[in-house]
Write a protein that binds this ligand. Structure first.
Ligand SMILES: NC(=O)c1ccc[n+]([C@@H]2O[C@H](COP(=O)([O-])OP(=O)(O)OC[C@H]3O[C@@H](n4cnc5c(N)ncnc54)[C@H](O)[C@@H]3O)[C@@H](O)[C@H]2O)c1
Length: 540
């Protein structure tokens, strides 16, 4: 049984949490199911997981009340149980079976790499229970008297809105404060301001249930216990990060911060911003905890990744860590604890790492292409059954609102000493220039109408922020007779034309975003397709 739990415990706990909507209720459910399994273990006929899952599903679908679950989950830290499942930097997965208040069977398995074991605080619940109140001046009575559970500041955006509706769908009473009147109006009318698969129906459900309310007025900030800040944190036109973006946005609602709240920064921040905000809160004289819990979901996968990805939790105080842990364990059972400074870098490293990987693939693409070779054929061939190359990306525009700007934030933080990051920028941002240069070698662009298919920054998305298709458009505008653009998802650009029109008018087509709609493109015109969407190779 120990081996079974070590291998399957995490997945089963995730199922139990998803079924019940909270870690506490999930623990209870899994514990009951495990007790039953333990009794039958010796005569079960080979499928313990099947038996366990059936015992999980039956009671879970049996009329559990969402709102009740939420309240129970977020009861004051001191009242929380210490049994059940957890996975932390201490490196263990633990499932405890309780009977009559006694631990009957205690099973654990090493789960994290040795370098992480013991590197951070122990289980946040354990540490808080051991030290609750030692550093925080906030009494429990102050944290449980709010009209709402969660407030998402910047909550009508691409990252804030999925989070807000996910919490509301778990039974939380959620508010949104967002500076955009237009987006607030849409959310209150249960309309998504942008496309996010799986979000529209949930939004309708939670607005209809009265569990989500958005406002463009900062007064709403005073109504919730957990304030989560997810405003945008772009770099400026000179690639300088704005360290003051978060403090400035908070000063806009400073009058509405209340004793007993917890402020959770979730935007990707310039390192040191958490400390800056802590100072700001101290100066304001508000008794509130501060945490930094960066968002790591990708647009287009938000509604599934919110419950699948481990959650990084950091706070200077045990109580802040405990409250943030309790909140995010509503979404995901796996929490990773770091200091705020570690977490700030972890988030930036994540994006810089990804950006550099794309740049590597793009550089190799250009190398092969210059020699008349098809990079995609080479990539597919070298990856086949070869795990050490399994994550090599295809060539393509590495764009969007995060990877580039976060790599530049990291460079600025390191006194502009980030050669790999800067090189990645020149390669990724240079790809549209390279593409046009190659097209010029083959075609008389000056006499041609070029059609760009896909203006979003990535496939299947309607988001045009920092899309390299627009850079391609600008370069082609100098070189070609005319440039026409199309995108089946994008609604924010009125100059876009229908696909049929582009196919009829253009002499040459360039795939700008690998939308699945282009896979069966019926055209005899030449197509430059560095993504291999058409499956005809990527040579240009
Ligand atoms: N987009 C992604 O894929 C992604 C993934 C992970 C993390 N992040 C990070 O999440 C953060 C938000 O990104 P996003 O893509 O959701 O941005 P976004 O622009 O889509 O959303 C930001 C929202 O904040 C609102 N806002 C701006 N200033 C405000 C203020 N002062 N007060 C209240 N509301 C304000 C805007 O109206 C907007 O609705 C950024 O730090 C980003 O780096 C983004």
């Amino acid at each position: 049984m120990e081996q079974f739990l070590a291998e399957r415990g995490q997945g089963l706990m995730r199922t139990a949490v998803l079924l019940t909507g909270s870690v506490d209720a999930g623990e209870d459910l899994l514990q009951t199911a495990l007790e039953r399994l333990l009794r039958k273990w010796h005569w079960l006929d080979g499928d313990p997981e099947g038996y366990l899952r059936r015992t999980l599903y039956n009671p879970a679908t049996d009329g559990l009340r969402r709102q009740g679950r939420w309240r129970r989950k977020l009861r004051p830290a001191g009242a929380r149980r210490r049994t059940g499942y957890s996975r932390t930097l201490s490196g263990s997965v633990t499932v405890s079976l309780m009977r009559g208040g006694q631990v009957e069977d205690h099973l654990s398995a090493a789960a994290l790499p040795p370098v992480l074991r013991g590197a951070g605080p122990a289980d946040p619940r354990a540490s808080t229970l051991g030290r609750a109140g030692a550093t925080s001046p906030i009494p429990d009575s102050e944290v449980s008297c709010f009209e709402r559970d969660v407030m998402v500041i910047g909550g009508c955006g691409h990252i804030g809105l999925p989070l807000a509706i996910a919490f509301a769908d778990l039974g939380a009473r959620v508010g949104i404060y967002d500076a955009s009147d237009v987006a607030v109006g849409k959310v209150n009318a249960a309309q998504m301001p942008f496309d996010e698969p799986g979000a529209a129906d949930v939004l309708k459900r939670v607005v209809a249930a009265g569990r989500l309310k958005a406002s463009a007025g900062p007064g709403i900030v005073a109504t919730a216990e957990h304030l989560i800040v997810v405003i945008g944190t772009p770099v400026d036109e000179h690639l300088n990060p704005d360290q003051a973006a978060i403090p400035n946005s908070l000063s806009g609602c400073a009058d509405h911060l209340r004793d007993g709240q917890i402020l959770i920064l979730r935007s990707t921040v310039y390192p040191g911003v958490t400390a800056l905000v802590e100072k700001m809160i101290t100066r304001l004289g508000v008794r509130m905890d501060v945490a930094f819990c960066p968002e790591r979901i990708a647009e287009g996968k938000a509604m599934s990744e919110l419950s699948e990805l481990p959650q990084i939790v950091s706070s200077r105080t045990p109580r802040g860590a405990d409250r943030a842990s309790a909140l995010f364990s509503m979404l995901t059972p796996v929490l990773v604890h770091m200091t705020p400074e570690e977490a700030e870098l972890a988030k930036l490293f994540t994006n810089a790492w990804r950006y550099i990987k794309f740049a590597t693939a793009n550089q190799l693409y250009m190398m092969a292409n210059d020699r008349g070779l098809d990079f995609e054929r080479i990539r597919q061939g070298l990856m086949l059954d070869y795990p050490r190359a399994a994550d090599m990306p295809s060539a393509g525009f590495a764009a969007g609102p995060c990877l580039f700007k976060d790599t530049m934030q990291l460079a600025a933080f390191n006194n502009n000493n980030f050669a790999l990051g800067h090189t990645a920028m020149t390669i990724n941002e240079g790809l549209p220039l390279y593409l046009v240069y190659r097209l010029e070698q083959r075609f008389d662009l000056r006499s041609m109408t070029v059609g760009i298919l896909g203006m979003a920054f990535k496939g299947g998305s309607d988001d045009i922020r920092s899309s390299l298709s627009y850079k391609l458009k600008r370069i082609l505008a100098f070189k070609a007779d005319a440039v026409l653009c199309s995108d089946p998802y994008v609604t924010a650009d009125s100059s876009l034309r229908p696909l049929d029109e582009i196919l009829a008018l253009a002499d040459l087509l360039v795939i700008g975003a690998p939308h699945p709609e282009y896979r069966d493109l019926g055209t005899g015109k030449p197509v430059a397709d560095i993504w291999n969407v058409l499956g005809r190779g990527v040579r240009v």
